[in-house]
Design a protein around this ligand. Structure first.
Ligand code: KIV
Ligand code: ZN
Length: 389
């Protein structure tokens, strides 16, 4: 039997666009959607159709142009949202309406001002309503991880009976922990008789820096879909980062024992595109796609990687679409990396004495500069030829 395939639901264009200060126009959204298609994500949440005319138009255009992914519009559990979502999605090859309502006491009391019974009734009615338009309906209990577990189970059970095809567990405020996420999923699986008829999904936010860990814990517990964004964009501290989840599942295949159908060689390009179109800079030490993710500075590490890459690299940079790793020359760097850089810069005929002299000057300079650039090395070598001590 083949391995379980984890579906990657990308919400960069919906939850990712909720990053403070980010707004993408229709053309930019289409460009990102085309790149997501190349990345081979399974599902693209293209927007929230009722939120704005621009969002509606983007979902429509993406539905008409992207054929290799399920296209989703978000909709609150109200008829007018669902009507609008369908209107935007109707030309998609595989349309999905994603409807949601909050189920935590705090949201029901202060935001919705609804009782449990009213929320349950609305959830069921709106799943049935969405089913009149499309066969694929995802239902989310917003703030699921802070909801009373008995109520969460009751709502999921009822929406499955009403026709939901995917049930999503959002950790809306990034509150849960990996162990707690596992307990929630176990309780849902053990107490809903028809659970095998639907896909279980998780959607984790990063307020405690646990979004990826919580998503991976959910994979261990048997979910079918994870929701995530490129570069971890999203409300507040963001959503789970797609590139981190995918590379964790690929790199630790021995542990997770699942497949993902993503073309990882498109990861770096996608990250760069999203960063340039959203204007959100990627921190240098960001896992997988940060500028330093494959950079080595210390002499010990550089020597190790130059002898055998896997000594200090668990991921081949080529596998995410980067041409190679990067040796950063600074004060911790050693002779090995320095000599390698000299060769790359074309200094192939230096004598041993000339290399030694250049290396000494490099070490003096490295104490004064954080990073020694190629042009600094060239200047050192020019000094040599001019015979400046
Ligand atoms: O974080 C959240 O709860 C959401 C839902 C609408 C799925 O984004
Ligand atoms: Zn969210």
């Amino acid at each position: 039997m083949g391995k379980r395939v984890i579906k990657i639901f990308d919400t960069t264009l919906r939850d990712g666009e909720q990053t403070p200060g980010v707004s993408l126009n229709v053309n930019e959204k289409l460009e990102i959607a085309k790149q997501l298609e190349k990345l081979k994500v399974d599902v693209i949440e293209a927007g929230f159709a009722i939120a704005s005319p621009g969002d509606f138009e983007a979902i429509k255009v993406i539905s008409e142009n992207i054929k290799d992914a399920v296209i989703v519009s978000l909709a609150r559990a109200v008829e007018k949202d669902i009507d609008r979502a369908y209107e935007a999605l109707k030309n998609a090859t595989a349309p999905r309406i994603h409807t949601f309502i909050a189920t935590s006491d705090i949201h029901m009391k202060y935001k919705l001002k609804m009782t449990e019974d009213e929320v349950l009734e609305r959830a069921v009615a709106m799943v049935k309503y969405a089913k009149k338009y499309v066969s694929d309906v995802e239902f989310s209990c917003e703030d699921a991880t802070r909801s009373r577990i008995e109520f969460l189970i009751k709502v999921f059970d009822a929406v499955i009976k009403a026709g939901a095809t995917v049930i999503n567990i959002p950790d809306t405020v990034g509150y849960t922990t990996p162990e707690e996420m596992k307990r929630i999923i176990r309780a849902i699986k053990e107490n809903i008789p028809d659970i095998d008829k639907v896909q279980i999904s998780v959607h984790c936010h990063n307020d405690l820096g646990l979004a990826v860990a919580n998503s991976l814990a959910a994979v261990e517990e048997g979910v079918h879909q994870v929701e995530c964004t490129i570069n971890g964009l999203g409300e507040r501290a963001g959503n789970a980062a797609l590139e981190e989840i995918v590379m964790a599942l690929k790199t630790r295949k021995d542990f997770y024992d699942v497949d993902v159908l993503i073309d990882t060689t498109q990861i770096y390009r996608t990250s760069k595109l999203v960063s340039s179109l959203t204007g959100v800079f990627v921190q240098p030490n960001k896992a997988i796609v940060g500028a330093n993710a494959f950079a080595h500075e210390s002499g010990i590490h550089q020597h190790g990687v130059l002898s055998e890459r896997t000594t200090y690299e668990i991921i081949d940079p080529v596998s995410i679409g980067l041409p190679k790793n990067r040796m950063v020359l600074g004060k911790h760097s050693g002779r090995h990396a320095f000599e390698e850089r000299l060769k790359e810069l074309g200094y192939t005929d230096l004598t041993r004495e000339e290399i030694d002299a250049a290396f000494e000057k490099f070490k003096v300079l490295a104490d004064k500069k954080k990073v020694v650039l190629d042009k600094d090395i060239e200047a050192l070598l020019e000094q040599k030829s001019l015979n400046i001590p």
